[in-house]
Design a protein around this ligand. Structure first.
Ligand SMILES: *Cc1c(COP(=O)(O)O)cnc(C)c1O
Length: 387
């Protein structure tokens, strides 16, 4: 790597136009013109590089792809219209009928639906296993296993998956390991360096970091991105140029935001652990976290999300939520504004109470995504509902 992370976040992927603009330009155009009929033909035959149509390429989107690839240490990056379309493009680009996925059970709810219901209709079967118990992955391998899929840390219980260990099992099985790196971002965790083949992003979260636009990305080797790219230019869930420009700006401050929000989250997690009326606190950087050693190995900090149990079940948890005056009550996360969610009745509300209990998502559990406000103000806001 020629430059350090902080420099790449600000300087990589820039292609200045004839006007020599300093900040990244945004190219709002659906198509591109050719000098001649012969040039058009050469572009379509793939003999001459260059833009054709924004469903295939756009210079602002290309800048986004190059910058994120530099930050993740990936050969190639494909931008998508949302995090979910990144996961869809990954599956459609790499899998076919008769293939098998092994996925962590502790993944984003829509990803469970995509694998468990939609991909299943097209002949792709998924086995859901424990995020943290590597032996379950080994046992689930079949001759047709092509993809391992994890999200680490998981939502909302901050369970970790050992990326290096899983990558070895995947390699032996002839499968690719994909990691949804949404919670950590490359500022905290770089899955490819740890052995993963593919990295997935919901750019909607911390890459933007300010809750403005939707987008996603799939990253990996040129070879594994070939099918993903093909799916995207054919099926169309591409990233808009405007959104790519917002993400380019977001990535410039990614490291300082993640550092500051992680520092604040650790302070809040430690404070919560000392409060009466609070049960378990789930945060990878706490020494009480059962996978603290693994967290220190694969992450550079704990991230911005803290989950905790309020004693007294749903009533007590809702009281904390409803007593806040500043923290936003929303299911989203990855913002400079702190957000609070009651998973059992929102993000995980569609799961049966038995499955929820089995997953450890109790009625007293709250998920806090710590933003950039003063730690003291966040503490005060949470204290209002804690008795
Ligand atoms: C939000 C989220 C997604 C989906 O991203 P969208 O941009 O909302 O489509 C996928 N994975 C994780 C971990 C997420 O938090």
């Amino acid at each position: 790597m020629e430059y350090e992370f902080e420099t790449l976040a600000v300087r990589s992927g820039i292609h200045r136009s004839q006007f020599n603009e300093h900040s990244d330009a945004v190219y709002l155009t659906s198509s591109f013109v050719f000098e001649s009929a012969a040039q058009a033909a050469a572009r379509f035959r793939g003999e001459e590089p260059g833009n054709i149509y924004a469903r295939f390429t756009n210079p602002t989107v290309t800048s986004f792809q190059e910058r994120l690839a530099a930050l993740e240490g990936a050969e190639a990056c494909v931008a998508t219209s949302s995090g979910m379309s990144a996961i869809l493009a990954c599956a459609m680009g790499l899998l076919g009928a008769g293939d098998h996925i092994i996925s962590s059970r502790s993944i984003f709810g829509s990803t469970v639906q995509l694998f468990g219901n939609i991909m299943k209709r097209f002949g792709v079967e998924t086995s859901f296993v424990s995020a943290s118990d590597v032996s379950e992955w080994e046992k689930a391998v079949k001759p047709n296993t092509r993809l391992f899929f994890v999200e680490t840390p998981s939502n909302p219980l901050m369970e970790l998956s050992d990326i290096s260990a899983l990558s070895e099992i995947a390699r032996k099985a002839g499968a690719k390991l994909a990691v949804d790196n949404c919670f950590c971002t490359p500022a905290i965790q770089r899955p490819i360096e740890l052995g993963a083949d593919i990295v997935i992003h919901s750019a909607t979260k911390y890459l933007d970091g300010q809750g403005r636009v939707l987008g996603g990305a799939v990253l990996g080797s040129n070879e594994s991105m070939e099918g993903v790219k093909n799916f995207l230019r054919t099926a169309g869930p591409t990233m808009s140029a405007f959104n790519a420009w917002v993400f380019l700006k977001g990535m410039e401050t990614l490291k300082i935001r993640m550092d500051a929000q992680s520092r604040a989250a650790l302070e809040i997690a430690q404070w919560l652990e000392s409060q009466p009326g609070i049960g378990r606190v789930y945060y990878p950087w706490l020494s009480s976290h059962p996978q603290h050693a693994l967290a220190k190995r694969q992450q550079s900090s704990g991230g911005a999300i803290v989950s905790f149990e309020v004693e007294g079940g749903r009533e007590a948890a809702w009281k904390v939520v409803d007593s806040t005056r500043m923290i936003s009550i929303t299911a989203n996360l990855g913002d400079t504004k702190s957000t609070i969610t009651h998973p059992a009745t929102t993000t995980h509300g569609r799961i049966s109470p038995e499955a929820r209990a089995a997953a450890g998502i109790g009625e007293g559990l709250l998920r806090l995504a710590v933003g950039l406000e003063s730690v003291e103000d966040i503490r005060k806001d949470l204290s209002r509902g804690l008795s």
